[in-house]
Design a protein. Structure first.
Length: 168
C-alpha cells in the first residue's frame, strides 16, 4: 500500500507524525483531516504482484502509481526510505526515516496505514480464521498459527517465508 499526498500549506492538519508513532484513533482523525484538505492518491500491489517480483519492487511500483494518480501535476517527489521509484515523470529524492522528517511523507504514511488497516478489517470478514483485523496481516504468532492450521488464502504472499517453506 502506498499513498502520495500534496498538503495544502494553508491547511496542514495539526499533529502529523510517523503513522507508527500515533494511536489508531489519532491516525483515523488525521486521515479524515488529510483527505479533507490535501490532494491524495493511493495505490497497492496485490500478493500475486509481490510474488511475481518482490516486496521492494512491488512497493516502489505502488509508490509510482500513487504519484501518477494525483489529480495535479507533480514537480518533485519526496520518497520515504532509500529508494526512488523508477519511471517517475518528475524529480525525486529518497528521505531516510522520511515519515519522521517530512509532513508530506508523514501524511502519506497515515493515509497508507489507515487504508491498509481498513482493507485488513474487511478481509477479516471474508477470511475470519486468520484474524486479519487484529494483526493487519503482519506475521504475528497468531497469524502464523492460523496459516499453519488453515493454509494460505488468496491474500497471502506465497513468497512469504513460512508459506514458501511449506511449498518446498
Amino acid at each position: 500500500m502506498a499513498a502520495a499526498v500534496i498538503l495544502d500549506p494553508d491547511h496542514i492538519p495539526e499533529g502529523l507524525n510517523d503513522s507508527k508513532k500515533l494511536s489508531a484513533a489519532r491516525r483515523e482523525v488525521l486521515f479524515e483531516a488529510i483527505l479533507a484538505s490535501a490532494t491524495v492518491a493511493i495505490a497497492s500491489s496485490s500478493a500475486a504482484h509481490i510474488d511475481r517480483s518482490d516486496i521492494r519492487k512491488a512497493s516502489l511500483d505502488a509508490m509510482r502509481r500513487a504519484v501518477q494518480s494525483l489529480a495535479v501535476p507533480v514537480a518533485h517527489v519526496l520518497c520515504d526510505g532509500r529508494d526512488i521509484p523508477p519511471d517517475l515523470s518528475c524529480s525525486a529524492e529518497a528521505v531516510i526515516k522520511g515519515d519522521a522528517r517530512s509532513l508530506s511523507i508523514a501524511a502519506a504514511s497515515i493515509v497508507a496505514k489507515v487504508t491498509r488497516d481498513g482493507m485488513m478489517a474487511k478481509a477479516d470478514t471474508v477470511f475470519p480464521a486468520y484474524g486479519f483485523a487484529a494483526h493487519a496481516g503482519y506475521g504475528t504468532k497468531i497469524h502464523l498459527s492460523a496459516i499453519g492450521a488453515e493454509g494460505a488464502c488468496a491474500l497471502h504472499r506465497m513468497s512469504f517465508k513460512p508459506l514458501r517453506d511449506q511449498q518446498e
